[in-house]
Design a protein around this ligand. Structure first.
Ligand SMILES: [Zn+2]
Length: 507
């Protein structure tokens, strides 16, 4: 057993690495910038958790979702890790002060890109030796990846201010375009690259299109007869998540819960723990659920909406069957769902009416940016995005409009940028719509999209290749063991929740 494997066992209790983990960890420890594409569930987080144990300085992990950060810290604490913390808007002022005051105590610090755009924080962090700068879900950096976030574009500068520590970029799926974009935006120097295939042979892919909502519900209920559990069911809206959770409980007799951004923090923790402890058969959720979930035996992913891109589809279906066992991904959508996803996608970016209203001459324009944004009623995400672009273009200086520059020109450039970006998103969405074709192998579509080589013949490919198959509960019965580290021995989620809450109070 090598030294690294000994360390793995000592710190995490695993006997061996999953594919690519060891190579990524070695690369980081050799101080090479590293970019790794690991499908969800291949243990991405270990790629920085282990180096954080072995390197002397601080490891900073930039993470896109505050709830995800919090989940990760909670999970680490439940495994006895005391040196991890997170800084985000979810903390109270007092909690935040505590984290900052004891900065020397942490070896692993999760931060949102929005927090890192604050100079005072970067200064404070720079006073410590930072050994590793991790960008999780790194596709968010790229304007070609979904979930594009402008605060990510400042990360290269942040990294520079921290003394240019080794950079590790992690993502589940990304095209070549996105890969090059990440490397250039993060100023990575000759990075080591690792890419695991995205096509997972143990997940049987099915797509079912329905005429209307009624038929969709009927197909859903029919599918629940004998399907393999546990399952995550992704819905397009919060209301759908709730409705389908009730439907599954009522008609399938399943232990279900719903999970979305409107559920309280305590309930979200509780639901996650119940799911991890096999006390729930199905979670119906919006896509807020699942990023940080470390459960290797999820058997089925159901989509009740059409994801916005192939990447997103793979990220979500990839949560099934991490233990290698036979699993399934079933999509059930009606015409309305296709229109809903398109509408949501178009809303991701401000339209020309909004842009016109905030620029000089516009209805909501005021000399200060914050005032303009407030009057226009901009959502937080638009507020930040526009602030970033306007500042970058020189139209805003220290929160004030600069009338000495050609704002009209800047406005045109901005409109053009959003036009192109919207066009690109729609192109990605059209790719996803091809999945609704009834006569093309779904796996072949994915392979083409990522330029991957065909794999050997699968016994369960997709419902085009194997129309009358279903993955059922009996398929994996007792046939393999998972290699997850044991979670807290106490068993019940109630005890576990109490332990976790106690630990968060202590810190
Ligand atoms: Zn197929």
């Amino acid at each position: 057993m090598s030294d690294l494997e000994n360390e793995l066992r000592r710190h995490f209790g695993y006997r061996s690495f999953r594919p690519y983990q060891k190579e990524v960890v070695e690369s980081v420890l050799a101080e090479s910038d590293t970019i790794a594409f690991l499908p969800t569930g291949m243990g991405k987080s270990l790629c920085y958790q282990l180096p954080a144990k072995l390197m002397t300085g601080l490891t900073i992990v930039v993470s896109p979702l505050v709830s995800l950060m919090e989940d990760q810290v909670i999970q680490l604490r439940s495994k006895g890790e005391k040196n991890a913390a997170h800084l985000s808007s979810l903390l109270s002022n007092e909690e935040r002060r505590f984290v900052l005051k004891h900065l020397n105590r942490w070896s692993l610090l999760f931060v949102s890109p929005e927090m890192l755009s604050q100079q005072w924080l970067v200064k404070k962090l720079a006073a410590r030796k930072v050994s590793l700068f991790v960008v999780d879900e790194a596709h968010c950096i790229s304007q070609w990846g979904h979930e594009f976030r402008t605060d990510y574009l400042r990360l290269a500068d942040v990294r520079k201010s921290l003394g240019q520590p080794v950079c590790l970029a992690l993502t589940a799926t990304a095209t070549q375009e996105v890969e090059e974009d990440i490397v250039s935006k993060m100023h990575m120097v000759r990075p080591e690259r690792f890419r695991a295939p995205v096509n997972r042979g143990n997940i049987f892919l099915q797509v079912h299109t329905c005429e209307n909502e009624y038929e969709k519900q009927r197909e859903f209920v029919k599918y629940l007869q004998g399907f393999a559990q546990p399952a995550i069911c992704y819905a397009g809206t919060r209301q759908d998540a709730e409705d389908y959770a009730h439907l599954a409980a009522k008609t399938g007799g399943l232990r279900t819960a719903y999970y979305h951004g409107g559920v309280s923090k305590e309930d979200r923790i509780m639901i996650q723990q119940q799911f991890l402890n096999d006390e729930l058969d199905m979670i119906c959720a919006t896509n807020a659920f699942g990023m940080g979930i470390d459960k290797s035996d999820i058997r089925t992913i159901i989509h009740l909406y059409l994801p916005q891109s192939v990447e997103q589809y793979l990220q979500e279906t990839g949560r099934a069957g991490r233990d290698g066992g036979q699993s399934a991904a079933k999509m059930i959508v009606a015409g309305d769902d296709v229109r809903l996803s398109l509408r949501m996608l178009q809303r991701d970016l401000p339209d020309s009416r909004i842009i016109a209203s905030i620029f000089p001459g516009g209805l909501y324009h005021r000399p200060f940016w914050n005032e303009t944004a407030e009057l226009a009623g901009l959502e937080d995400i638009y507020h930040r995005m526009l602030h970033f672009y306007l500042e970058q273009a020189g139209a805003l200086k220290e929160g004030k409009w600069d009338y000495t520059v050609q704002t009209e020109e800047i406005k045109e450039r901005l409109l053009e940028r959003f036009r192109r970006r919207r066009f690109e998103k729609e192109r990605q969405y059209k790719k996803m719509q091809e999945f609704l074709n009834k006569d093309t192998c779904i796996r072949a579509l994915i392979r083409d999209y990522f330029n991957e080589e065909p794999e050997s013949q699968l016994s369960l490919c997709c419902n085009v290749c194997h129309p009358n198959s279903q993955v059922d509960a009996k398929m994996n019965a007792g046939s393999f063991q998972t290699d997850s580290a044991p979670v807290n021995g106490s068993g019940s989620w109630r005890n576990m929740l109490q332990t976790i809450l106690r630990q968060s109070e202590e810190t």
